[in-house]
Ligand binder design. Structure first.
Ligand code: S3P
Length: 178
């Protein structure tokens, strides 16, 4: 079974953008768990949260991860920000390939998501404080799941891609475009 490149990190850490750009650079397909869930459930994430609750969403995420783990071909997987919080999910992540944590400071995240209305967990009066609180809760689990940590605050997308490609090569995950 070929190895996947898995992107994890907080909301707004750049997983989706980096995933798409990396898929071009490495000629690998990319799957975004949020988009896959929306497609399969025929519902926006915000509607799943509002109508079924966060726990139901977390269960769907785990099922989505199990499904991806069963697929044999190596691909890029961008995870929803909360995926590594469940111990069961972290166990699955360890079997998937190389997990890259795109780390960013709360202020960087806030600047990117402040006008976004699609993330239910950040729809509150003081999103920056909420980001700080959630990050403090989550940091340890992102680190535990990660094989590679990239501090993205002052890096361009190109620099992030170069770091990931280098780490992938070290682990024998080859770009098809070579
Ligand atoms: C969440 C992150 C979101 C999405 C949902 C919950 C989280 O994905 O899965 O709103 O708990 O951090 P992004 O990280 O792609 O924004």
């Amino acid at each position: 079974m070929s190895k996947h490149i898995v992107l994890e990190g907080f909301m707004g850490s750049g997983k989706t953008t980096v995933g798409i750009r990396l898929s071009y650079k490495m000629a690998m397909t990319v799957t975004d768990t949020d988009k896959l869930i929306e497609k399969e459930q025929q519902k926006k994430i915000s509607d799943i949260f509002a109508e079924d609750g966060e726990e139901a969403f977390r269960q769907i995420e785990t099922e989505c991860l199990i499904h991806l783990a069963e697929q044999g071909h190596g691909q890029i997987i961008s995870l929803g920000g909360g995926v590594p919080m469940r111990p069961k999910n972290r166990e699955i992540l360890k079997t998937l390939g190389m997990v890259v944590y795109l780390r960013a400071k709360p202020e960087t995240i806030y600047a990117r998501v402040k006008n976004d209305t699609t993330r239910p967990l950040l729809q509150c009066d003081d999103p920056l404080t909420r980001i700080r609180e959630l990050m403090a809760e989550r940091e340890r689990m992102y680190e535990e799941a990660a094989d590679v940590i990239i501090d993205t605050d002052s890096l361009s997308v190109e620099q992030i891609l170069a770091d990931i490609v280098r780490e992938a090569e070290k682990r024998g995950i080859q770009s098809c475009s070579y």
